[in-house]
Ligand binder design. Structure first.
Ligand SMILES: [Zn+2]
Length: 451
């Protein structure tokens, strides 16, 4: 079949002849069209109808493409791409491997170190990242360079972690209050975890997020070590400690919950918080999340991939497929695992916890123009249920073009405005530098460091 978008990148356009999946639990428009102007979706409908209504608008023929809403990756540490391939087979990976290794990072390395994971996500249809890391100004600059949306959070910790100290909270507030980023970059408040942040500082973070209408994004109940330390300190579970500090609510994105009890998950449910769910990471960690109970309680799950230490790819589309298959294995009712439920994990649920439901998550008039174009081919035919095909038969490899805010961020799987080879050279230069430093500090853990 013929797949043609014969136009040079432009923004005020009428995209026609595509199969349009307008969103989770929303209609699919066969032979559909989308009118884009000023970075927004102005109208959707049948090609015939929009062509007759807007005869003078430049048309892009998207015959042979399925268009889906831009995807979210709701939990990343994009600058840790250099861990790719190194985290596998490490027992107690977070505390014995990741924390010591990341101490070798310095602020100037963070921007180039982010390039690979962002590019990987973009080529998987990720248009919005939610990132959590130290020295995140450089990470924000990297997102901006790629023309990708991101909610960045400066990691805050005063009781542990690579760059622990009260100054981490000062850095976080400074980044938010003196933000010099454009409209694609927004902020979240990112305490690291219940054990690495003192109850008083966690309360400050929660109060600040609430007062400033920001999402609070934190790891929670991700390891047995975290549980033990919080229990010894507060005589509470990690979830109970977060609840007591006021860190759980409808704008809370709490990540992993791999060590959460049934009682903990009930607290999460009652608080209205969303779980940042990273299926591949949970399969690699020392303990599986109680995914069946999360589904039984109907807790909103927003998909993420964490970092290359526990997941080598930023592919949200692949991750919702794994989420569906893993949940089936865990005995979750199939009625809760439709393709629409899975798409919601990467679109409308993340948009809601970020306070962006009116702007993002679906392809409807008035929303920002974040569109992912997947190229149909013989390998995905017949295509009787396009969304099921996108999740189960197709994947990141079929993402051909990506539009963010009405601009092409990916065109023919390439970066239309950036020099790929130059980015790769900068990234690998930073990787080589960090590998040199890690080799010195963690030789016995990492083994050969060939890049
Ligand atoms: Zn994480």
């Amino acid at each position: 079949m013929k797949s043609t978008i014969n136009a040079s990148p432009d923004t005020d356009v009428l995209i026609t002849n595509a199969t349009i999946i307008t969103g989770a639990f929303l209609p699919v428009i066969e032979d559909g069209a989308i009118l884009i102007g000023g970075g927004k979706i102005l109208a959707t409908g049948s090609s015939q109808s929009l062509r007759s209504q807007y005869p003078k608008i430049k048309t892009i023929n998207a015959n042979g493409f399925i268009i889906i809403p831009g995807l979210f990756n709701t939990h990343t540490h994009v600058s840790l791409g250099f861990f790719r391939g190194l985290g596998h087979g490490k027992s107690n990976m977070i505390e014995s491997f990741l924390f010591p290794a990341e101490k070798s990072l310095t602020p100037e390395l963070l921007e180039p170190l982010s390039f690979s994971y962002i590019f990987d996500g973009l080529r998987a249809g990720v248009t919005s990242f939610v990132d959590h890391y130290y020295f995140s100004e450089g990470i924000g600059r990297a997102f901006e360079k790629f023309g990708v949306r991101a909610w960045i959070g400066e990691t805050v910790a005063d009781l542990g972690g690579a760059f622990s100290g009260r100054d981490s909270w000062d850095r976080a507030k400074n980044l938010i209050e003196k933000s010099s980023f454009g409209p694609l970059i927004r902020h979240v408040v990112s305490p690291h975890a219940a054990d690495t942040v003192s109850p008083a500082l966690l309360k400050e973070c929660a109060d600040y997020a609430r007062t400033n209408n920001l999402t609070l994004h934190m790891h929670l109940s991700q390891t047995q070590g975290e549980l033990d330390r919080v229990q010894a300190r507060d005589h509470l579970t990690a979830v109970e400690a977060a609840h007591k500090a006021g860190a759980l609510g409808p704008r809370s994105l709490v990540v992993h919950l791999t060590s959460a009890s049934a009682k903990d998950l009930k607290i999460i449910k009652d608080s209205g918080a969303t779980i940042g769910y990273c299926p591949t990471s949970t399969l690699i960690y020392d303990r599986l999340a109680n995914i069946r109970l999360m589904h039984d309680l109907d807790i909103p799950l927003a998909i993420g991939t964490d970092c290359a230490a526990s997941h080598d790819s930023a592919d949200s589309l692949g991750e919702i497929k794994i989420a569906g298959l893993f949940a089936r294995h865990q005995g979750v009712e199939t009625s809760k695992l439709s393709p629409d439920h899975l798409l919601a994990m990467a679109t409308t649920i993340p948009a809601a916890v970020l306070g962006a439901s009116k702007e993002l998550g679906t392809l409807e008039a008035g929303k920002q123009a974040d569109l992912v174009f997947l190229k149909k081919s013989l390998s995905a035919e017949p295509c009787k249920n396009p969304l099921a095909n996108v999740i189960y038969s197709m994947g990141a490899r079929d993402v051909e073009h990506v539009m963010i805010n009405g601009k092409w961020a990916l065109w023919n799987r390439s970066l239309p405005t950036l020099d790929h080879d130059q980015l790769a050279a900068q990234y690998l230069g930073a990787v080589n530098e960090i590998q040199r430093r890690i080799k010195t500090s963690l030789k016995s853990d990492l083994g050969p460091t060939k890049v």
